[in-house]
Design a protein around this ligand. Structure first.
Ligand code: PGA
Length: 240
């Protein structure tokens, strides 16, 4: 695991360069995207680079990590809506080649089809990840088996609590989500994970230096051959 500690601004810039590099070699790359506060600066940077003509998403296919159960893509807190608003509508991407798990069809068949579609596309070249305060990646909460593929999960109270800031009240935060599994994530050829802010300091330390255990889902990344972990100064507080 390569660890890069830098300012938020530089993290967005450096991570964006990885996409420039990949897409210049492989314009039809398969990208795994994430939602939440963490990737916003990076998406801003990708939009800027696209406007400047330094990167094109014209031929890429994307797969997002997760989606809330019960929210249609037009719901302003759905992850489909987040991606359309923060990235897809602002770059030259073909939206028909962007995939987000369905929050409405939660059948096991549809979940399995998501993994099959990733495989059929040739696998994810770069999977982007944030990290939950509890170590979740995607919505793989503590205890999720490392062998899991895309599946429906019940969100922990700590995750619902962390995400309530986007909703009118905690009661409006969905109780379930569909997420790529840990195995789905680990199958990506390269992984970029970003952690920002003081609240992530403890989990960053556990992820990098703690035991590899399903209790800390992100710790599995210690076993992946190509991970870049971008950490801002605050989130790196306990590992410097
Ligand atoms: P955040 O969420 O980017 O909003 O902190 C990260 C996550 O839960 O994976």
């Amino acid at each position: 695991m390569k660890i890069i500690i830098d300012s938020r601004e530089n993290i967005a810039k450096k991570a964006a360069l990885r996409y420039v590099e990949l897409l210049s070699k492989k314009p039809d790359a398969i990208l795994g995207y994430a939602t939440g506060s963490t990737p916003l600066d990076l998406y801003g940077e990708l939009v800027k680079l696209n406007k400047e003509g330094k990167i094109s998403f014209k031929d890429v296919t994307t797969f997002n990590l997760d989606e809330y159960v019960g929210l249609d893509g037009s719901h302003d807190q759905s992850y489909r809506y987040f991606m359309n608003t923060n990235l897809f509508s602002k770059v030259d991407i073909d939206v028909s080649k962007t995939n987000v798990p369905s929050g409405l069809d939660t059948s096991a068949e549809t979940a399995a089809a998501y993994d099959k579609a990733i495989e059929a596309a040739g696998g994810i070249d770069i999977q982007l990840l944030g990290i939950g305060n509890n170590g979740h990646i995607g919505f793989n909460e503590p205890g999720t088996p490392f062998g899991s593929s895309t599946h429906m999960v019940e969100l922990t109270e700590s995750t619902r609590e962390a995400n309530k800031r986007f909703f009118a009240s905690i009661d409006d935060v969905p109780t379930h989500a569909v997420t790529m599994g840990i195995k789905t994530v680990m199958n990506a050829k390269s992984i970029i994970i970003i952690a920002l802010g003081k609240a992530k300091a403890e989990i960053v330390k556990k992820t990098i230096y703690g035991d590899v255990t399903p209790d800390v889902p992100a710790s599995v990344l210690q076993l992946h051959p190509d991970v870049e972990f971008y950490i801002d100064e605050e989130a790196a507080e306990l590992i410097k």
